[in-house]
Write a new protein. Structure first.
Length: 187
């Protein structure tokens, strides 16, 4: 069995602090940068929440993680720079919780390597309306099973919130001049 890595130690320290801020730790990386290291902690909303990551939650998590690292030996004696941020809209969708968070968004699927997808090229993109035990539902009707999905990504849309409960029955499809509320925060 391998000894825990330094990143594992940071993750163990950061997870309860992120949880206290209403977030989950998505990833921890430590990268050499000259005489220092860059410690990146990516935080996200739990799978039961949709929308962008609130910057005040990222800030609260960053402050708590920084304070805990100041009193912990987990990073050793070499200097480091801490970066705490959200994953951003371009992150790959690889885990069930990523798909759950992307409900209501336009997504593009990727098939497992070396396989022929169960969908035609025109069917690889659709609005994610449900995540089930057996797979995904796109556009409210097309079911794609988990074995036919290697991953995916969110298609960036301007002017669409991605919130499935945020539909306007009076929307006739015409564009209006409004601010884009679909930007994800990065810290």
């Amino acid at each position: 069995m391998n000894a825990p890595s330094q990143a594992d130690g940071v993750r163990a320290l950061a997870e309860p602090l992120a949880r206290a801020a209403g977030l989950v730790v998505e990833n921890v990386t430590i990268t050499p940068a000259g005489k220092r290291r860059v410690l990146r902690v990516i935080v996200d909303l739990p799978e039961d929440r949709t929308g962008g990551v609130p910057m005040d939650a990222v800030s609260a998590a960053a402050q708590a993680i920084s304070a805990a690292l100041d009193t912990s030996p987990v990073m050793g004696g070499m200097p480091y720079v801490l970066e705490v941020s959200s994953p951003g809209a371009d992150r790959p969708l690889t885990e069930r919780r990523h798909w759950l968070r992307a409900r209501g968004r336009l997504v593009e699927l990727t098939a497992p390597a070396g396989t022929t997808p169960a969908w035609s090229p025109g069917e690889a993109i659709g609005r994610l309306t449900a995540v089930t035990e057996t797979g995904l539902v796109l556009d409210g009707e097309r079911e794609v099973n988990w074995p036919d999905i290697a991953g995916g990504r969110i298609e960036i849309e301007f002017g669409h919130s991605g919130d499935p409960d945020d539909s306007d029955p009076a929307d006739d499809g015409t564009e209006t001049d409004s601010e884009d509320d679909d930007q994800e925060g990065e810290g």
